[in-house]
Write a protein of this length. Structure first.
Length: 430
């Protein structure tokens, strides 16, 4: 099954790209108009006889091509307006949740919706349709696989339980996080220990980024320092997923951190990442490229949202939250449709990708059919996301060009030093 690459769960292509493409078709239409005019002018300007039928045919073909190019440009602009309405509604929901002080921002988004409908009558209804289709379909793979049942639970009962669980998750209202979200509360104190420094090579792609996430018993976090000849040093941080289902012990990436981070609190795992970056020399405001799988993706996302560092790149694999990244963060989200964490806990993910131009959301299905269902956790595994990431790196889709350019920029580093860190709660865990 081919990858589904888009600019969000609903938005297939970002509106800027659609409008740029429309402008190029306008230029093509003007060229065809010129060809038609030159064809007719040739009849009058040429002193010797011309085959008027052939000239008329050329002129008609040029006129038809011009009309076709204008029609495509119009349709591209209409879809841009449809997706702009989807984006405006998504951002309005974030502003509304922040209270009355954001009423002016809400009104500004409402005005953008009205303007889009005025430019493209029917765009509002089309936005309703594509959003409704997504809401009906996003959980299809999860529920289809649950229909096989579990040990001692018939398939139809498992499906009902699965649907009820997804509704419960939606009620939490935590799966989709806006760009202005801030952590609330106090985290456990942590301590980190680095395991030596080694000279390394730059990360080469999305799959290489996943492979650099620590997967050993002692290391939870990896930090790389990129030294350039012509610009300040940059850092890359790679964050592991949950290491234990227990909570309340010394382990920083446990279920307690998972729950705390999911509900918007500064978890021990988040504090551990900050401590590792500080130890590696990253000062507030430094440029950071953040990668994370599962809980690690959620922590990497929080790092981008809190703005302590300038997170230029955010790559997540099966994160339990879907963030609309800040406008200066290139966001690359990988999500299996049948992943109960990456899709189930995000309730299908944000309709839009947000972030810097070129940000993408990539969907795949781990098991195209339900016959291999195993509580869906295979779809959440590193191995599944590594296969998906390899396809991303091999893809020639132009929507991935910004990500490729980012890795090319990292390859300009004169020196790369990496350190892996262990992390644990300090003192008596709460």
């Amino acid at each position: 099954m081919p990858l589904d690459i888009g600019s969000g769960s609903v938005v297939a292509v970002d509106t800027r790209s659609l409008r740029d493409a429309a402008a190029r078709f306008d230029v093509a239409a003007s060229h065809f108009d010129g060809a038609r005019e030159r064809a007719w002018a040739a009849v009058h300007a040429t002193p010797f006889p011309l085959d008027q039928g052939s000239v008329e045919s050329i002129a008609r073909d040029a006129a038809t091509a011009a009309d076709g190019a204008r029609a495509i440009a119009g349709e591209l602009r209409r879809m841009a307006d449809v997706y702009e309405i989807v984006e405006a509604r998504t951002r309005m929901s974030f502003e509304t949740s922040r209270g009355r002080e954001r009423i002016q921002a809400v009104r500004a988004w409402e005005e953008r919706i009205l303007a889009a409908e005025a430019r493209s009558p029917g765009a509002l209804a089309e936005a309703d349709r594509v959003t409704r289709e997504w809401e009906q379909d996003w959980a299809k793979e999860l529920l289809a696989q649950s229909s096989l049942g579990m040990d001692g639970i018939p398939g139809f009962v498992a499906t009902l339980l699965g649907a009820a669980a997804l509704d419960l998750v939606r009620g939490f209202g935590r799966g989709v996080v806006g760009p202005d979200a801030r952590l609330v509360g106090r985290a456990d104190a942590v301590r980190v220990a680095g395991y030596g420094t080694r000279v390394d090579r730059p990360a080469t792609g999305v799959a290489d980024g996943l492979r650099r996430i620590p997967d050993t018993a002692h290391a939870l976090i990896r930090v790389e320092k990129y030294t350039f000849a012509d610009r300040p040093a940059e850092y890359a941080v790679y964050v592991s997923g949950t290491r234990t289902l227990a909570r309340g012990g010394s382990e920083a990436l446990d279920t307690g951190s998972n729950l705390g981070a999911y509900f918007g609190m500064p978890a021990a795992s988040y504090e551990a990442v900050r401590a590792a970056l500080r130890d590696a020399g990253a000062k507030p405001g430094a440029t950071v490229h953040a990668f994370g799988h599962s809980q690690g993706g959620m922590i990497a996302s929080q790092l981008a949202l809190q703005r302590e560092y300038r997170v230029a790149t955010l790559v997540t694999y099966g994160s339990p939250v879907s963030v609309v990244a800040p406008p200066d963060t290139l966001s690359v989200t990988l999500r299996n449709r049948d992943d109960p964490v990456g899709t189930g806990l995000t309730h299908g993910g944000a309709p839009i990708a947000g972030g810097a131009p070129g940000s993408v959301v990539v969907h795949d299905t781990h098991d195209p059919g339900p016959e291999l269902w195993s509580l869906g956790m295979d779809a959440h595994s590193r191995e599944s996301y590594e296969r998906m990431a390899e396809q991303v790196d091999a893809s020639a889709d132009p929507r991935l060009a910004a990500a490729s350019d980012r890795f090319a920029a990292l390859a300009e580093a004169e020196r790369v030093e990496s350190v892996e860190y262990a992390a644990e709660r300090a003192g008596d865990p709460r």
